[in-house]
Design a protein around this ligand. Structure first.
Ligand SMILES: [Zn+2]
Length: 662
């Protein structure tokens, strides 16, 4: 009871008007689950007050065996899966549901594999809260106490705090509790072995399939380290438990106080490092502080910045810079018509939205840390956390927290980076070196054709004796800067560490696969008469193109000016390239391969992607791996294995200038 009072006080002290906020719903749930058959029985007692109707959804595979309102059988109005129960008054009521159904068996189809829907099988049951497997309206926060019973060979685990468990001869049961109002429960079960560690008052667990036994300890080590890291950076971990659960489907999903990860993915090194850090951090950003989606999703970018990017920065400045350059490179591949303002990003629907919602946002946090300084940045994050924990927050709340910690107004910063589509473009204008009595005066113009961006621009002035670092502020379309130095400067490099989010120029951006696959104007040519080969080629196109593909004949595109994807057999590639006025790059002949994917620019600068394979089998082997190499300029395959890959070498870029010659 103390918990409930504390929670109510919290909301009152948060300043929300009481009349708009009926007390949270209380669910007391009993589940009996048989994973082999997917049979489930749900008994759910819901207590609430302050409302004149109870609206809820219910998964289509569940039926209501019995429903009682205050102990008396009740009638329902419903349309489809949405139900409304009218209540006699706004007083306190108790609804009792008995539900029964059979969770759809996993068929291996795309829908089940994506983790969007509930699924069952002897290797695991997956019941995400959004599937409405208790009678509930998504929008409303709940408190719950839930006991789950499964056969003794299985283990069940859910969101919420694990408060009790019993291993019997026939059954295993566990009870979970959510005291602070939050999401409806998500439930997972399977033939799991559990490993546990108690760490700083938290319970860390793995629920793994048997083949993953030896990975349990390394995962507990990693989870413990990440939780400690983020707690030190932000504030206390907001839950009592953290679990890593092995999934029979190929997903990597974050839920409050747990992550659900494909059993095939768990052994991969990136999962225990970067991906786990990302999922652990979502307990603060996204779950601990929920996203006000209507005004844009800030949580993915902040999580990318503090987890994925921070781990690269731990390795060194060069690695951090590479990640920033990769983000800029991906952004340059995004066609203007697929760009969107940051505030319009809600969730990752396709790769194009990831370029904005994850990468651009993470880059913006990098620039903010430079703009206000690391100390103010860190203090702003801690302030944001302590003010919005267990509440919903918007971009403007983040802005307010950083303004407080920096002691100044930051509206200009957030507006230019969040509300505008696009990015600054920079180039260098005329320069001049003047010999003075004892030294040299160097002046140079910085051109910014897209008006209205203001940012700090680091500069490196390179002299025979070494270099000087400077920083200037650019806000006009033409900025002229000058320096006086003892030695004559040899060259000058603006933004040498890629600290500014800007649109890279063509000579800074060797073509990558994503240039072609993100572009809705790309034409696809399948240059093979072999029926098998052509059919696999069409599957490959569906897998790698992020947009609806436009099929064409080579004759149609020979003289066209748009981006092109050409898929053909290795013995034909030479002659087709001749028709396009191109030759295969020399890198291709240096490594033996059965298939290759490589990019080039056509004479007019437009990118081209060529995929060639020795035969249909060689092409088929690319179906799985190739979609993962969008950031590369070329990949050479031996069967399904990438033998060699990389980005074509790049010029120093538009912001580097040799100054010799005065
Ligand atoms: Zn995420």
């Amino acid at each position: 009871m103390t918990r409930i009072i504390a929670a109510l006080l919290y909301f009152v002290s948060a300043g929300l008007p009481a009349q708009n906020l009926p007390p949270p719903l209380e669910h007391v749930i009993e589940i009996a689950l048989t994973p082999d058959s997917g049979e489930i029985r749900v008994s759910d007692r819901v207590t609430f007050s302050g409302r004149d109707e109870y609206r809820f959804r219910l998964a289509p595979w569940l039926s209501i065996d019995r429903l009682a309102l205050n102990g008396v059988a009740a009638d329902l109005g419903n349309s489809g899966n949405d139900y409304v129960l009218r209540l006699p008054d706004k007083g306190r009521h108790v609804l009792e549901f008995m539900l029964r159904g059979s969770i759809p068996a996993r068929s291996g189809g795309d829908a089940a594999a994506s983790g969007q829907y509930a699924s069952s099988g002897s290797d695991g049951v997956y019941l995400p809260g959004w599937e409405a497997w208790i009678a509930h309206d998504d929008e409303e926060p709940v408190r719950f106490r839930m006991r789950v019973t499964v056969p003794a060979s299985q283990r069940a685990v859910a969101t919420g705090k694990l408060v009790d468990e019993k291993v019997g001869d026939q059954t295993y049961s566990a009870t979970f509790e959510l005291a602070q109002p939050g999401e409806t429960p998500s439930l997972f079960a399977g033939p799991y072995r559990t490993s546990e560690r108690l760490s700083d008052g938290l319970r860390l667990r793995t629920y793994f399939h048997a083949e993953l036994d030896t990975l349990a300890e390394p995962y507990l080590d990693a989870a413990e380290a990440y939780i400690r890291r983020f707690r030190a950076e932000i504030g206390d971990y907001p839950y009592a438990d953290f679990h890593v659960i092995s999934a029979p489907i190929p997903v990597g999903l974050g839920f409050p106080n747990l992550t659900y990860v494909g059993r095939q993915v768990i052994p991969l090194p990136f999962m225990r490092t970067r991906s786990l850090a990302h999922e652990v951090l979502h307990n603060w950003w996204g779950n601990g502080v929920a996203v006000d989606y209507a005004s844009g999703n800030w949580a993915e970018g902040l999580t990318t910045y503090m987890a994925d990017y921070a781990l690269e920065r731990d390795k060194g400045e060069a690695e951090a810079r590479s990640m920033r350059v990769k983000w800029l490179r991906d952004y340059a591949a995004l066609p203007a018509q697929r760009d969107q303002p940051v505030r319009a990003f809600r969730s990752k629907q396709h790769q194009a939205s990831q370029v904005i919602g994850y990468n651009k946002v993470a880059f913006i946090f990098h620039m903010l840390s430079i703009e206000i300084g690391q100390a103010a940045f860190d203090a702003g994050l801690r302030r944001f956390w302590s003010e919005h924990r267990f509440r919903t927050a918007a971009w403007q709340d983040l802005q307010a927290a950083f303004e407080q910690s920096a002691g100044r107004e930051l509206g200009w910063f957030f507006e230019q980076w969040l509300d505008r589509r696009g990015a600054p473009r920079l180039s260098l204008g005329a320069h001049r070196i003047e010999q003075l009595e004892n030294g040299f005066r160097t002046s140079i113009e910085i051109l910014q054709p897209v008006a209205g961006y203001r940012f700090r621009l680091p500069v490196r002035l390179i002299m025979p004796s070494g270099f000087e670092r400077h920083e200037i502020t650019v806000s006009e379309t033409l900025t002229t800067v000058e320096w006086i130095t003892d030695d004559r400067p040899e060259s000058i490099h603006f933004d040498p560490e890629s600290d500014v989010f800007r649109l890279l120029q063509q000579d800074e951006t060797p073509p990558i696969i994503r240039d072609i696959t993100l572009n809705p104007t790309t034409s696809v040519v399948i240059g093979s008469a072999d029926v098998d080969f052509a059919s696999i080629a069409r599957s490959l196109v569906a897998g790698i193109m992020d947009v609806e593909p436009r099929l064409a004949q080579l004759a149609d595109v020979e003289n066209s000016s748009g981006p092109l994807l050409l898929i053909t057999t290795s013995d034909h590639v030479g002659e087709l390239l001749v028709r396009l006025g191109l030759r295969p790059p020399p890198e291709l002949s240096q490594v033996a391969h059965t298939a290759a994917a490589w990019t080039a620019r056509r004479a007019n600068g437009v990118p081209l992607l060529v995929v060639s394979a020795d035969n249909a089998a060689g092409l088929r082997a690319l179906l799985r791996p190739l979609p993962h190499y969008g950031g590369q300029s070329y990949v050479l395959f031996d069967g399904g294995r990438a033998q060699s890959r990389g980005i074509w070498p790049v010029a120093r870029g538009a912001l580097f200038r040799h100054l010799s010659g005065g």
